[in-house]
Design a protein around this ligand. Sequence first.
Ligand code: SAM
Length: 284
Amino acid sequence: MSTNSGKLYVVATPIGNLADFSARGIAVLTQVDLIAAEDTRHVRMLLSHYGISNKLFSLHQYNEQKASAALLEKLRQGLSIALVSDAGTPLLSDPGMPLVKMAREAGIEVSPVPGACALIAALSVAGLPVSRFLFEGFLPRTGAARRAFFQERRDWRLTWVFYESSHRILAAIEDLAEVLPVQRGIVIARELTKVHETIVKDSLENVLTLLRQDENMRRGEFVVIVSAAQPEKNEAVISAEQKKLLTILLRECSTRTAAALAAEITGARKKDLYQAALALRKDR
Ligand code: SAM
């Protein structure tokens, strides 16, 4: 490590409730020579809340390589720099990775100032096993890509987590219900630490109904947690679309024929569809 170099602090900021900012976060943002921020207007609000005035440098996804190179030069000259994003922990679905990588490669000290992170906050209240989980960040934006993404993860035996915005939350959960068994447990954590914080843990089917019925539930920022696949004996592992098709076929055909036709149409396993058809007949 070069002794005259500065130090890079990676500082987590609140994800909603400003009171969540740590004492060390405030001290570091006050003392560093420069704050590298995703949106300088946004960070100014945080700084003014805490009475901090300091120099800002813009580092966002569109200027990241160039800005990181410039910041690296300043670190080499001995300046200390704090990296912050708009909310939560930098680098987690946020800019910062190139700067941290460059600083490490240059032998510059990089130190975390930990704090809020939406995915960790959501996992901490989900009541699901979290000793192993997979964080996926933001989902693909188009329906087809999203469904393919869900299909790949459908049978994975670990909790998985993704971020979603108000614009796409309904479409994302609708796609999830097309691909995963609708009985699968999910958690949606909305507006964490803010006035309208809502955490719902229910079956995919019930969460979808709630989102469709309640416009307010579609507002704000979301973390979605999908429970691990745990196929039980004789559990009919079918999607909402497959269930709809089976229900229609069962009006006209025997259980066996309905399952065979649904398997041919959807490509799903006949055995699963047969189990589901039996359960549907029983429910009538
Ligand atoms: N770096 C941040 C972190 O540590 O959580 C995440 C930044 S990412 C650009 C923003 C996304 O995080 C939002 O679209 C939402 O999915 C999630 N998020 C951020 N704040 C949230 C909150 N208060 N409640 C729920 N989700 C939140």
